[in-house]
Design a protein around this ligand. Sequence first.
Ligand code: S3P
Length: 418
Amino acid sequence: MRSIPNIDNFEGEFSLPGDKSITHRALMLNSSVDGEAVITNALGGEDCVSTCACMRALGAKIDVDGTTMRVRGVERFHAGRELSCGNSGTTIRLLTGLVAGRGIDATLVGDASLSKRPMERVARPLALLGANVRTTDGHAPVYVAPAELVGREIVTDVASAQVKSAILLAGISASGVTTVEEPTKSRDHTERMLAAMGAKVVVDGNRVSVEKSRLSAIDVDVPADISSASYFMALGALKGKTLCKNVGINPTRTGILTAFDKMGIKYSLQNRSVSGGEARADVLVEKSDIRPVVLGGDDIPAMIDELPLIALLLAFADGESRITDGKELKVKESNRIQTTAEMINRLGGECVPTDDGFIIRGKKKLVGGVVDSYLDHRIAMTAAVGMLASEKGGEILRPECCAISFPNFFNLLGVCTE
Ligand code: S3P
C-alpha cells in the first residue's frame, strides 16, 4: 500500500525512463541479427526485462548496465524454447510474429493477466501468411511451429501496433511483399526501426509494406516515454509547472498533446531534435483551467495508453466530457473502461463507463480516497496523480505494478510514503 498526500504545488524538471515500445523493438530486432548494438536510455521496467529474457532464450547475449543494454544478436534462433512474456502484451504479440518464419518451434507463455488477453488477433493474420501458430482457446500459451511464410496483403479490423508489428516482423522472413492496412494509424516505431535497420519499408497513410529483408544491427538512443511523462505533465497542469526532458514526440504517440490543446492545457515543446528516426523534445506544462471536451474517432489510437489519465484530468474540468471509440481499453492490463471509472469514482469524481469509453462529469475537484491498482500500472500511476491533486490525498493498494513500465515512479514523485 502507498499513502499519497494532497499537495498545494508541484514543480520541477524531470528525466523520465526510456520509451517502453522503442526499448522492446530495439531489443527484439537487434537480438535477431548477426551483429552488436548498444541501446542507451533503455527502459529496465519488468515488461522489457521479459523481452530480454525471451531474446536470451532464443540465443542472444544481452548485458545490462544501468540503462545501457549491449546486445549481440543471432540470425538462427534456438529452437524448442519456452518464452516467458510475463505481463507484457507487446512481448508476446511481437515475438509471435518474429519467430513465426524463423524455422523453429517455440511456446510463448504469460502471467495470469496476460493469459486472459486476446491472441487470435495476431494468430489469425499470421496464419494468412502461412504461419503455424496455435493459441489456447484464443489465449496464451501460444505454440509456434516452423513454416514457410508468403507475403500478402492483410487488412486488420483494429488499430493496434502490436498486431501490425507482429505481421511486419513475420513479413521480414516471408517471401515477397507483406502489407498491413489498419483502420487508423497506430504507433509506428516498428516500421521506423525496420527502415533504419535496412529493411525495404513503404508507408502510405494507414498502409505499411515490408519486403523479405536482411537487417543490420543499429545503436538506439531511446527517448523518454511520453506515456510515463504524461503523469508529470498532468501534475504540471493541475498543480504548478513541470518540464519533462527529452520526451519522444513521435506523432503517433502525442495524442495527449491533442487532448491538451482541446482541454485548454498550456504547454510548449522546447529543444526539439530527431535521433534514429524518432523525434524528441522537452515538454513544459503549466497550471491551467481544464475545459470539458469530446474525444473520439481517429484521435484515440495516439492517446490509447493515456486515456485513464485524460479521463482523470477531465474530472477536474467544469462540466461534462465524453470519450468514445476506446473499446480497445477493455483488453489492456485490466478492463480500463471499468477500472478507470471505478478509480475516479472512488476518488470522489463522477465517471460513467460506456461501451466504448466514459462520460465524465467534471466538478473541478476530487476529494481523494482508497483505490486498488487492479494490478494495472497505468491505473496505479493515474490514481497517484488524482490523489496528489485531491483535497485529502489517498491510498493505493497493490502499487508495485508500476514497475511494469516505471520502476522509479514513486521515488521520482518524491511525495509519498510506504
Ligand atoms: C504497444 C501498443 C499498444 C499499447 C501498448 C504498447 C506497442 O497496444 O497499448 O502499451 O508497443 O506496440 P495495442 O497495439 O494493442 O493498441
